[in-house]
Design a protein around this ligand. Structure first.
Ligand code: UDP
Length: 348
């Protein structure tokens, strides 16, 4: 039986992906999380649903001694690396923290993977690596130039480069295979949630939410009084930013498809995939849909643009469809919002 290591497995994307692997494979999972932005509740939910299949190691990725001790103790077949800081705006104020926490920590854990013969490495990257690409009729492809406009995107771009170059390292004796997933905007909650009762479900928890759908739903459920639209003069149809929103379960399933793809290839050591639906919604459109679906009104102020925000990010996702068996099931803004709303009501 294979054992996989998931960093950041108590966070939003990490925990939903762990659930997907627990449900559809027999792999054993070790989660590393320092619980700085991850939640013990997420681990407890997974552990209760799939007893004796996963272990939590509360380790900070900067603690190289503790990390190496773990690699010495246990052989890992694959690493799924989610642990990272992820706010565009925060990264504008704390760039060095983003390079330290995202890029340097990624380099360190990758070196351990090479040293201890891990065969597959799946890296959580982001559409923010593209920056603000112009005049793209078919959306952003994986070959689009990388020109990040914020330290968050730059920290992930540099991590990607280090991982790809690292494949040539003398330590890479077993030919580690690398999958890089560039996520577009993820939202929603697990479609496995049923009759949400206390501590019995999975969705987005947040100590200080900044993501659009989460923030708007916190308003709809009266956790916040109001929200803002950041920027109304962007060169888009209604002046607000456009993003490609993807349901969390579809993003989670993309990881298993890429995992299987890496198992199936012989000659290529790495592959990069955009993961989104290839269609965009504006900030105004998302907020209007949330008000309609939840039947709740709330105050929305118009504010100047947020630092570091590109006007439009829509992925071209042909490659992941062509090369892997990925079949998204919840490709619809209403499903995303409804699942996130049920979860947000439960958190109330
Ligand atoms: N946004 C907004 N108000 C909010 C949160 C986000 O207007 O309270 C906008 C933000 O400026 C961006 C879009 O919504 O244009 C998506 O932002 P989010 O933080 O969800 O994801 P990002 O694309 O920055 O990773």
């Amino acid at each position: 039986m294979e054992t996989i290591l998931i960093t950041g497995g108590c966070g939003y994307i990490g925990s939903h992906t762990a659930l997907h692997f627990l449900k559809y494979t027999d792999k054993k999972i070790i989660i590393i999380d320092n619980l700085s932005s991850g939640f013990l509740e997420n681990f407890n939910y997974l552990d209760k649903k799939y007893p004796n299949r996963l272990i939590l190691e509360k380790i900070d990725l900067s603690d190289l001694v503790a990390l190496e001790a773990l690699f010495k103790k246990q052989k890992f077949d694959a690493l799924l690396h989610f642990a990272a800081a992820l706010s565009v705006e925060e990264s504008m104020h704390m760039p060095l923290w983003y390079y330290q926490n995202n890029t340097i920590n990624t380099t360190n854990i990758f070196k351990l993977c090479l040293k201890y013969g891990v065969e597959k490495f799946i890296f959580s990257s982001t559409a923010a690596v593209y920056g603000e690409p112009k005049n793209l009729d078919n959306g952003i492809t994986e070959d689009t130039n990388l020109m990040p406009i914020n330290p968050y995107g730059a920290s992930k771009m540099m991590s990607e480069r280090i991982l790809i170059d690292g494949l040539m390292d003398i330590q890479n004796k077993i030919g580690l295979k690398l999958g890089i997933l560039r996520y577009f905007n993820v939202a929603g909650a697990s479609m496995d949630n049923q009759n949400l009762t206390k501590n019995d479900g999975l969705g987005q928890r947040s100590k200080n939410a900044t993501h659009l759908i989460k923030v708007a739903l916190e308003c709809a459920t009266k956790k916040r009084e109001k929200m803002a639209i950041f920027g109304t003069n962007y060169p888009t149809k209604d002046g607000t930013c456009i993003r490609d929103y993807i349901h969390i379960d579809d993003l989670a399933s993309a990881h298993l498809c890429v995992y299987d793809y890496l198992d199936s290839i012989e000659n290529r050591e790495f592959e990069i995939f955009n993961v989104g639906y290839g269609c965009g919604h504006s900030v105004k459109e998302v907020i209007e849909n949330i008000k309609l679906i939840t039947k709740k009104d709330f105050c929305v102020e118009l504010k100047p643009p947020r630092l570091g925000d590109p006007a439009k990010l829509i992925g071209n996702v042909e490659k992941i469809f062509k090369k892997t068996k990925w079949k998204p099931k919840f490709n619809d803004l209403e499903t995303i919002i409804k699942s996130a709303y049920e979860w947000e009501c439960y958190l109330s």
